[in-house]
Design a protein around this ligand. Structure first.
Ligand SMILES: C[S@@+](CC[C@H](N)C(=O)[O-])C[C@H]1O[C@@H](n2cnc3c(N)ncnc32)[C@H](O)[C@@H]1O
Length: 223
């Protein structure tokens, strides 16, 4: 289990505290369409932190080729429709380049500058010249507690939010579906535009554009 992160609830959990059984029953919420609109038809995609394939599957159905990577053997075992690789992102070094490297789910907000740089260097290593790295980041105000969101018999409660030095936040996310509940304590770091830009540059990437007005989705390109 990583520092500052932990998960409880039914079934196995990943080292970052994500519950496999929760992701197995969670549908896409439009992320696949947003990604599809931002990339060329029939793109080769390296998806980092694929989980159970919640977004992998819709991207395949849209005609893209996806190689799906996750450090959790329990997660990649759920992705049976395409090539998978069980690896930490930081250690991944394939002898292949992709049109698109996708790293969503706020992995870039890990509260450790060295680890973030390792993640971004893996993105830079695997994107072809002229290709795109798509990132989903947490933005200020996203983790405001206590918050309760209810949707389709699901409930998400954000609680015990702590504002920490260095733009870091800790929070507990509790998802409830029917009579099953999963809690995950997360530690994240928001990046200012300048910090994001500088970290991308350190990794050999450049910030090309924000894909959404709230700056959650970012397109970077290899330098
Ligand atoms: C919150 S889940 C989201 C999964 C998927 N992206 C989705 O949106 O459904 C995050 C996933 O990233 C994986 N992950 C987190 N950090 C990782 C790392 N450093 N290397 C490889 N996988 C990682 C976890 O194992 C987990 O499956």
């Amino acid at each position: 289990m990583r520092v500052g992160q932990g998960g409880t609830g039914p079934g196995p959990h990943t080292p970052d505290g994500s519950a496999i059984e929760l992701y197995e029953v969670t549908p896409a919420h439009g992320e696949d369409e947003l990604i599809n609109a931002a990339i060329e038809p029939g793109s080769s995609i390296l998806e980092l932190g694929c989980g159970t394939g919640r977004i992998t599957r819709p991207l395949l159905a849209l005609g893209h080729q996806v190689v799906a990577v996750d450090e959790s053997p329990d997660m990649v075992a759920r992705v049976t429709e395409t090539e998978t690789i069980c690896s930490t992102i930081g250690d991944l070094r394939l002898d292949r380049r992709f049109d698109v490297v996708l790293m969503m789910s706020y992995l870039i907000n890990v509260a450790d500058d060295e680890e973030r740089l390792r993640l971004l260097r893996t993105c830079a290593h695997h994107v072809r010249p002229g290709g795109a790295v798509l990132l989903q980041q947490q933005v200020p105000g996203m983790l405001r507690g206590p918050t309760v969101m209810v949707n389709d018999h699901r409930r998400l409660v954000v609680s015990d939010v702590e504002e920490l030095p260095g733009n870091r936040q800790a929070a507990t996310l509790t998802h409830t579906i029917g009579d099953r509940s999963w809690s995950q304590r997360i530690l994240t770091q928001n990046l200012s535009d300048d910090q994001l830009s500088a970290q991308l540059t350190d990794a050999g990437l450049t910030l090309a554009e924000y894909l959404t007005p709230d700056k959650t989705w970012v397109r970077a390109r290899p330098i």
